[in-house]
Design a protein around this ligand. Structure first.
Ligand code: HEC
Length: 224
């Protein structure tokens, strides 16, 4: 999935851990909520209607965009209604609607984004805070992780996992140029994050998805 093309990065030394994604949906939640008035008869006000086989609430925005585009292009014939509904939607409408439904708390986690399966903003905030705390006390990092970019990090992880947040910082490579972050330091932060996920008893599927997002970032961040 395109949304996997994420770059998550770990901030060391006055830096932060960052995640940026090339697959930004650029949808607007408030605009999506207004446009969704047309959809609520069938999908419910928050996309959790039990009348439709699949709930929209809490799906990854990229997954929703993908499905709507497929309906519009006639690639999904499962329900003729949706092919008609999506004909009237342009790219921005689709992105806004996806942003709105992705931000709604799902009553079932079956098709939910990693963001909701991890437990939403509170869980991500707690995981970031604890990873920073562990890393600050970690002799392998010798005070290199300041935690100054805590809020950015939370936004990045929230956005990368499909949550309703917008990261507007620099991309990972530029953000880390000149910092001389070593592979061992990157590894130490990833290790601390793993410990925190284990402490929170995050299930293997979610843990692997999250750590899988971090792995490809190493070459963006590590410079020596
Ligand atoms: C008349 C009822 C109706 C209306 C109005 C409607 N939908 Fe649907 N929608 C459905 C049904 C039924 C399905 C399930 C079709 C299927 O099983 O593939 C569906 C499926 C979907 C799916 C795919 C879900 C998935 O994970 O497979 C998306 C996305 C979606 N609708 C978005 C919207 C949006 C956005 C609107 C408003 C612009 C909207 N729908 C309006 C009936 C409706």
């Amino acid at each position: 999935m395109n949304a996997r093309r994420l770059v998550v990065s770990l901030f060391v030394a006055g830096l932060c851990v960052g995640v940026s994604t090339l697959a930004r949906s650029a949808g607007n939640i408030a605009a999506g909520a207004a446009k969704a008035s047309f959809c609520l008869a069938c999908h419910g006000a928050d996309g959790n209607s039990p009348w439709v086989s699949t709930r929209l609430a809490g799906q990854h925005p990229q997954a929703l965009i993908h499905t709507m585009k497929d309906y519009k292009a006639g690639k999904r014939f499962a329900h003729p209604m949706m092919s008609i509904v999506t004909l009237g939607l342009n790219e921005q409408d689709i992105a806004d609607l996806a942003a709105f439904y992705a931000s709604q708390r799902p009553v079932s986690l079956d098709k939910a984004s990693l963001y909701w399966r991890l437990g939403g903003k509170e869980a991500i905030t707690a995981a970031v805070d604890q990873t920073i705390a562990l890393s600050r006390a970690d002799p392998r990092l010798a005070g290199r992780l300041s935690g100054a970019c805590r809020d950015k990090l939370i936004d990045q992880l929230c956005m990368a996992t499909g949550g309703p947040c917008e990261y507007t910082g620099r991309d990972m490579k530029n953000a880390h140029t000149g910092l001389g972050i070593t592979a061992a330091e990157f590894g130490a932060v990833a290790d601390n994050l793993t410990k925190v996920l284990d402490k929170f008893a995050v299930a293997p599927r979610e843990k692997n998805e999250l750590l899988g997002m971090l792995a490809p970032m190493q070459k963006e961040i590590v410079q020596k």
